[in-house]
Design a protein around this ligand. Structure first.
Ligand code: GDP
Ligand code: MG
Length: 597
């Protein structure tokens, strides 16, 4: 089709508002995917995504659509919906001219949607409001439309009423995509510039690059050049995503597709890089994406030291798919060889850990996440520290600064009190509160990122019965009165359990943490003291009493299968344990500090 008949668009929606269901229906109605081969939620093709029901990695799909006898080519680029992944969203927006804003008409506008809509407006995207789930008895499309108009300032007189589930309003949406979203600019004559928005590693074909051609054209067999890495390759396969990979000979400005070029090194074709021709280079590269900044860091250690090289391999492969993942080697006397890894947030961290274990068969211990502290030392040096056990000694430091975030919470009014208590409890500074409609309010707090890293999001959800939503952004560093809290088990300092806490909270954290560790660490053949210390001062202490008898003693004389079962159970429990001195410490203990009452 001519470029004037191409439309590139994405869908912006809060989690559960129906983005995947709508995407599925669009693919189905345009005949892109036959009904019988339709798995539910086609675009979320990572197992983890389907299980958790969220979109983590963006995906793309091309659809054919005919309106008034004109054939159109519609490229849908999927976007993630979770608060940790707005960085991925900005990547997909840069490849689109328009967006569907899907709002659940029974819920209304959510905070995370707002952040993404603002991003889309900054990118000059044409936004089409879609009020979804009108089949629900509780749906109030007019109220949702009014919220969109009041909060975002978007005209909703042409908003489309839809039920993605029942298939109502889908044709109207397709027609609106064609008539309201502008086609890409025709720059096919210029030197090639294509923006890489995603990539992954295929063991047979090497790195597969997803890109949008912004200027020029690219053909199979072309010698291409990656402008940031300075590497060149022959494009031996070019294609479109329909949504399966389908080979074509040439892609033009405005089109979205993939290529493979036997690229072996993950660093040669980074997301955000610009592809041009080796023989006819573009003058300048396209504006790349803002580099993702990891917000939290943790240690990842193989339970079995032999798995260290496999862990490094796996991290390198995951990083190709996930530019936000950062890592460097870390050695700890307690844990052995591993990696210090940086993540966008806690969910990102959990997902990476799960993928490492499932897809790469690794058995890992993860240490509690930490933010990056900035330590002003007496010798005027500034030390950035993302590992509490490496915090410079008290005598060496003049002050410690920690990252602060601004958070905006949207909530029904009945939960305001409980959510403000949460903000206060997490060292938050209350900024403002506004009613956006009669029943819903926006609350703004500034608070230390470290206080948000743990169970803040879970608390927000449970205190509001799931109705509140939030978004956050980093606002810079502030000085705080912080101390390092160490844990000793059986008289030995366990470095990975050290944490940095506010002085006023040190005692209560120390007490809660030792109690929690006492619950989590299995009893040993001997008595095990568990102590929390600041420097050499013990501030809280518990002790684990010894087991009197061998576990198997209760089976003496019993039948052998029962004994085997018991041993098997013990072995399974051991899998995720790390021997610290003479004591086996389970995975949960390393995360205990995140979930203290
Ligand atoms: P996503 O998180 O935005 O991708 O949302 P999903 O597409 O996974 O939908 C979340 C839930 O809402 C699922 O249980 C869907 O079946 C349901 N859902 C989606 N669209 C509709 C709709 O139009 N009507 C109703 N009643 N339920 C819907
Ligand atoms: Mg989804």
């Amino acid at each position: 089709v001519p470029i004037s008949n191409i439309r590139n668009f994405c869908i912006i929606a809060h989690i559960d508002h129906g983005k995947s269901t709508l995407a599925d229906k669009l693919l189905q109605i345009t005949g892109t995917v036959q009904k019988r081969e339709m798995k539910e939620q086609f675009l979320d093709n990572m197992d983890l995504e389907r299980e958790r029901g969220i979109t983590i990695k963006l995906q793309a799909a091309r659809m054919r659509y005919i309106l008034n006898n004109e054939p159109y080519c519609l490229n849908l680029i999927d976007t993630p919906g979770h608060v940790d992944f707005s960085y991925e969203v900005s990547r997909s927006l840069a490849a689109c001219e328009g967006a569907l804003l899907v709002v659940d008409a029974s819920q209304g506008v959510e905070a995370q949607t707002l952040a993404n809509v603002y991003l889309a407006l900054e990118n000059n995207l044409e936004i089409i409001p879609v009020l979804n789930k009108i089949d629900l008895p509780g749906a109030e499309p007019d109220r949702a439309a009014k919220e969109i108009e009041e909060i975002i300032g978007l005209d909703c007189s042409d908003a489309i009423h839809c039920s993605a589930k029942e298939g109502i309003g889908i044709t109207e949406i397709l027609n609106a995509i064609v008539t309201r979203i502008p086609p890409p600019k025709d720059t096919a004559g210029g030197p090639l510039r294509a923006l890489i928005f995603d990539s992954y590693y295929d063991p047979y074909r090497g790195v597969i690059v997803y890109f949008r051609v912004v200027d020029g054209t690219v053909k199979k067999g072309d010698r291409i050049y990656f402008m940031a890495s300075g590497k060149d390759y022959i494009a031996d396969e070019i294609g479109v995503l329909s949504p399966y990979q389908l080979q074509v000979n040439e892609l033009y400005a405005g089109e979205v597709g993939y290529l493979s070029a036997s690229i072996r090194s993950v660093a040669d074709a980074r997301v955000g890089d610009t592809i041009t021709h080796y023989g006819r280079k573009a003058e300048s590269s396209l504006p790349g994406y803002a580099e993702a900044t990891p917000m939290v860091f943790c240690g990842l250690f193989p339970v079995d030291a032999d798995q260290f090289p496999e862990l490094r391999d796996a991290l390198e492969k995951l990083q190709l798919n996930d530019a936000a993942l950062k890592f460097e080697p870390e050695t700890s006397s307690a844990m052995g060889f591993g990696f210090r890894c940086g993540f966008l947030g806690l969910l990102h961290m959990e997902i990476v850990q799960e993928r490492l274990e499932r897809e790469y068969n690794l058995n890992l211990i993860t240490t509690a996440p930490s933010v990056v502290y900035r330590v002003n030392c007496v010798d005027d040096e500034i030390v950035e520290c993302s590992n509490p056990s490496l915090l410079p000694e008290p005598g060496k430091r003049r002050s410690i600064e920690e990252p602060y975030v601004k958070i905006e919470i949207l909530t029904p009014k009945e939960y305001i009190g409980s959510l403000m208590e949460l903000g206060q409890d997490r060292r938050g500074v209350f900024k403002e509160m506004n009613y956006i409609t009669e029943n819903r309010a926006s609350i703004i707090y500034e608070l230390p990122l470290a206080e948000m890293v743990g169970d803040f999001f879970d608390q927000l959800k449970s205190r509001s019965k799931g109705y509140a939503s939030m978004e956050y952004s980093l606002i810079g560093y502030r000085e705080s009165d912080l101390v390092k809290l160490d844990i000793q088990i059986n008289g030995e300092l366990v470095e990975p359990l050290s944490t940095i806490v506010h002085k006023d909270k040190a005692y209560s954290v120390g007490r809660a943490l030792t109690q929690k560790l006492k619950e989590l660490i299995p009893r040993q053949m001997f008595k095990v003291p568990i102590q929390a210390c600041i420097g050499s001062k013990v501030i809280a202490s518990e002790s684990l009493s010894a087991i009197r008898k061998d576990v198997l003693s209760k089976c003496y004389g019993g039948d052998i299968t029962r004994k085997k079962k018991l041993l098997k159970k013990q072995a399974e429990g051991k899998k995720r344990m790390k021997a610290i001195g003479k004591v086996d410490v389970p995975q949960e203990a390393f995360m205990a500090v995140l979930r203290l009452e």
